[in-house]
Design a protein around this ligand. Structure first.
Ligand code: GLY
Length: 329
């Protein structure tokens, strides 16, 4: 679909947006110029870094790459990169992916001992004929390309792991509850989307994944179509929360397709969550936090979550905004 057709499709939903209450319209504000959005309020720091790139007429790809490197390097952030909570064997394993406006993609999964998983994912995209490299192969590829091996455990993450070990039984639902607890206190995965001054869209997503997961477990975050998707003619989406459930509905791709067929970013995020409810039922969905954010080609943005307390950080020419997502339950 070309841009003219896209604008025409959006035109069909304009009256609906015009009829929305004012607080809802704030979720769909049209940005004039570059914009960056990311999952979770604390990631306004990451957005600020991305905004620096965008305001220098840098590319959306460089913006999202440099933006998500901020929480990756933060030892206090227990969900991403250095300081991310380990798996049940005490190993920090990172998942990340990146996608640009030309449909180029790169991902690493279960990468150990490298702080900036997103930079390795970008290198997979730009320097290899492949799109995904996992585990030891990803580490080998990173080391061959000059990345430094580092211990990603911190005193805080070791203590959390030792506390978890006291129960010494593995129950996947228990880890779901633990990640919910962590989300309440802090935040989870960073997914970031940006539009640059050439009106090109890119996205990045990076995480240490579900705390105390099985060794080798991979969630949604490095899976293109699940944790992140970009279609430069339509828009982009990314998410956070329980990865198993996001993969089940190909969350980010589902959102972009819903925008293609006329939904606003917020409506599209809600639509993907409703897909999970249709598939697995309300009782299942009520126990799961998922938060989605989306951005369309016009710079309209929106978010929605399954449970309360999900936030989105926005940085545009209008400054910084923190948006509390509406939730299904
Ligand atoms: N969304 C992060 C994960 O489930 O790994």
């Amino acid at each position: 679909m070309n841009r003219r057709k896209f604008v025409k499709v959006l035109g069909t939903v304009t009256p609906v947006i015009a009829a929305m209450p004012s607080e809802l319209m704030a979720f769909n504000k049209v940005a004039n110029g570059p914009i960056v959005i990311s999952t979770w309020e604390p990631n306004k720091k990451a957005n600020a870094e991305a905004w620096e790139v965008l305001s220098r007429q840098g590319s959306a790809l460089d913006a999202v790459h440099q933006g998500v490197m901020v929480p990756e390097a933060d030892p206090e952030d227990t969900s991403v990169g250095l300081g991310g909570f380990p798996d049940r064997d005490g190993k920090v394993t990172l998942d990340a992916c990146i996608m640009d406006h030309e449909g180029n993609i790169g991902a690493v999964m279960a990468l150990e001992e490298i702080v900036h998983a997103i930079s390795v994912a970008r290198l997979v995209m730009e320097k290899t004929p492949h799109v995904q490299i996992v585990g030891d192969g990803a580490l080998q590829f990173a080391l061959e390309n000059g990345f430094k091996r580092e211990n990603l455990l911190t005193p805080k993450s070791i203590e959390a792991w030792k506390n978890w070990l006291k129960k010494s039984n593995y129950n996947p639902m228990e880890t779901v509850e633990l990640i919910e607890e962590r989300i309440k206190k802090n935040h989870d995965t960073i997914g970031m989307l940006a539009i640059d001054s050439l009106n090109n869209i890119s996205g990045a997503c990076t995480t240490s994944g579900m705390a105390f997961k099985m060794h080798g477990r991979v969630g949604d975050s490095p899976i293109i179509g699940a944790g992140l998707y970009v279609d430069n003619e339509i828009g982009a989406a990314t998410g956070t929360g329980v990865g198993e459930e996001v993969v089940r509905i190909c969350g980010s791709h589902t959102i972009v397709e819903a925008m293609r067929y006329g939904k606003s970013p917020e409506e599209a995020c809600k639509h993907a969550l409703e897909r999970l409810i249709s598939m697995k039922g309300e009782n299942h969905a009520r126990k799961i936090q998922i938060g989605f954010i989306a951005l369309n080609k016009n710079g309209d943005y929106g978010c929605y979550s399954m449970l309360p307390n999900f936030t989105m950080a926005v940085h545009s020419q209008d400054g910084v905004q923190i948006i509390s997502a509406k939730s299904i339950f």
